[in-house]
Design a protein around this ligand. Structure first.
Ligand code: FIX
Ligand code: ZN
Length: 413
C-alpha cells in the first residue's frame, strides 16, 4: 500500500465504520412527544434559536417568539437564519445536509414542501431509517428520573428499540439538591435535605432501584465550570456517600460533562446556556480517589481539552469522549481529534452527537466523519513516512476504536 491508497483506505474506513453514539437526548417512539423529529423540530433546535436572536429584528421579542406555535417559530428561523443570513453556521449547514441527504430539495427553498414530506413519515419506521443512514449501531439516551414527564414513561416500561440504550441522568443531585430531595421523598425515599448518612443511603437506594429498572450504560450529570472535588460541600458528600457507591455497586461509569454556565441568557431557554473554563483537577481527584470506579468525561471549554487529554494518559479508569456542544464545530473537532490521537492513541471516543432531534443524526455524523477522516489520513501518512505499514484490518480496527470500539472496551474492562 502506498500513501495514496493508504489515505483512500483510511477515508473509506472512516466513512463506513459503524458508530456508537455515546450521548444523545433521543427517546423511544413509545415515549411520544419526548422524541423530537421533523422539519419544525429541526429548525427550532436551541442552537438555531440562539442564532436567530443574533440577527432577528428588534420587534421580534423573546415573549413574541415563544408565544408562537412551533411551525411559526420554525418559519422565523428559516427566514432569518437561512434566507436572510446565508446559513453558514455549523448548525444551519447541518439542516441543509439533513434535508439534502433525505432527498429534499433545499435548492428550491421550499419549506412547505419539505414539511409535507415529514408529515408523511411514521416515526416508528423513520427511526431505524435514520440510524441506518447515519450507520449507528446504538445510541445512549438521557433518562432523567427527576423529570416527571419522563418518569411516567420510564415507570411504564414502554417498548424501546435495541438501538436506544438508557443512561441515568442525575444532575439534580449535584446542582439542585432541594428539588432532588422533593422528588425522592415523593417516590417514598427517606431523604432529608440535610443530607445526613441515612439520607445518602436512601439516595444510593434510589439510584440502585432505578438502575435495576433501566439497566443504564452509565450515570451522567452536566456540571458548571465551578465544579470542584473534593470540597466541604454537600455535593462532595453526595458524590462520596451515594453516587460513587451506587455506581460501583451497579458496575457502571459516572459520566461528567463539565463546563456549562447555565442560563447566561434565560429568555433563550435551552439556547441560553454558555460555557466557562473549569478546573480538571476535580476529575483527577475522582480518578485517584476511586481507582476501582470508571469515569467518562467531556469538557465544554476548548481551553480545558489539553489538560483533560493529559489526564486521560494518567488514569486508566478515565475515558475521554466527544466534542461537546460549543466544541462540536469542524475547526475545534479537528484540533481536539489531532491532540487526542497524539496524546491518547485510540483510547478515546472522538465524538457524540448530543442529538436532541432524531434527524440530527443524519448530519452530525457525516460532518464529524469528514473531519476525522482528514485528521486520520494525515496521522497515518505521518506513520507511513516513519516506516510503519498498517494492514487494512488494523486500520479498520483502529478507526472503529475511536467511534465506539474503545468505549465498549472501557465499559467491559
Ligand atoms: O447537558 C447536556 O446533556 C447538554 O448536552 C444539553 O443540555 C445541551 O442543551 C445540548 O443540547 C448540547 O448539545
Ligand atoms: Zn447532552
Amino acid at each position: 500500500m502506498d500513501i495514496a491508497s493508504l489515505t483512500e483506505f483510511v477515508r473509506n474506513a472512516v466513512g463506513s465504520t459503524v458508530v456508537t453514539d455515546v450521548h444523545t437526548h433521543l427517546f423511544p417512539p413509545s415515549h411520544g412527544d419526548l422524541l423530537l423529529w421533523g422539519a419544525d423540530e429541526i429548525l427550532t433546535y436551541h442552537y438555531l434559536v440562539a442564532e436567530l436572536f443574533t440577527v432577528a429584528p428588534r420587534e421580534l421579542t423573546f415573549e413574541k417568539f415563544w408565544s408562537l406555535p412551533k411551525a411559526a417559530q420554525a418559519d422565523l428561523v428559516w427566514e432569518h437564519v437561512f434566507l436572510k443570513h446565508g446559513a453558514l453556521s455549523e448548525a444551519a449547514r447541518g439542516v441543509i445536509t439533513t434535508f439534502n441527504t433525505l432527498g429534499l430539495d433545499t435548492g428550491g427553498r421550499d419549506l412547505p414542501g419539505i414539511r409535507k414530506w415529514f408529515a408523511a413519515q411514521k416515526v416508528e419506521d423513520y427511526l431505524p431509517k435514520v440510524f441506518e443512514l447515519a450507520n449507528i449501531d446504538h445510541a445512549v439516551m438521557t433518562n432523567n428520573p427527576f423529570t416527571p414527564a419522563e418518569v411516567e414513561h420510564l415507570r411504564g416500561g414502554r417498548p424501546c428499540p435495541d438501538c436506544l440504550r438508557p443512561a441515568l441522568r442525575i444532575d439534580p443531585l449535584l446542582v439542585d439538591w432541594g428539588s432532588a430531595v422533593a422528588v425522592m421523598k415523593d417516590a417514598g425515599y427517606g431523604v432529608k435535605v440535610e443530607g445526613d448518612e441515612k439520607a445518602l443511603g436512601e439516595v444510593r437506594r434510589f439510584l440502585t432501584d432505578w438502575s435495576k429498572r433501566l439497566g443504564p450504560v452509565y450515570f451522567a450529570a452536566s456540571l458548571g465550570p465551578e465544579f470542584a472535588y473534593p470540597d466541604d460541600s454537600l455535593r462532595t458528600r453526595v458524590i462520596d456517600g451515594a453516587i460513587m457507591p451506587a455506581a460501583m455497586e451497579v458496575g457502571v461509569p459516572f459520566a461528567m460533562m463539565i463546563g456549562v454556565r447555565k442560563q447566561v441568557n434565560p429568555p433563550l431557554g435551552d439556547g441560553g446556556d454558555g460555557v466557562g473554563v473549569a478546573d480538571p483537577a476535580a476529575v483527577m481527584n475522582l480518578c485517584r480517589n476511586y481507582p476501582q470506579a470508571k469515569f467518562l468525561v467531556t469538557m465544554l471549554s476548548r481551553v480545558n481539552q489539553h489538560e483533560l487529554c493529559v489526564l486521560g494518559r494518567k488514569f486508566g479508569n478515565l475515558h475521554v469522549f466527544g466534542c461537546w456542544w460549543f466544541c462540536n464545530n469542524p475547526s475545534i473537532i479537528a484540533e481536539m481529534t489531532r491532540q487526542r490521537l497524539e496524546l491518547l492513541g485510540t483510547a478515546f471516543t472522538c465524538q457524540h452527537s448530543d442529538a436532541r432531534v432524531l434527524d440530527q443524526l443524519i448530519y452530525k455524523w457525516p460532518h464529524t466523519r469528514k473531519i476525522v477522516a482528514d485528521v486520520l489520513a494525515e496521522k497515518y501518512a505521518a506513520l507511513f513516512e516513519a516506516g510503519w505499514r498498517p494492514t487494512e484490518a488494523e486500520i479498520t480496527r483502529d478507526v472503529r476504536a475511536i467511534f465506539g470500539g474503545s468505549f465498549a472496551e472501557f465499559l467491559a474492562k
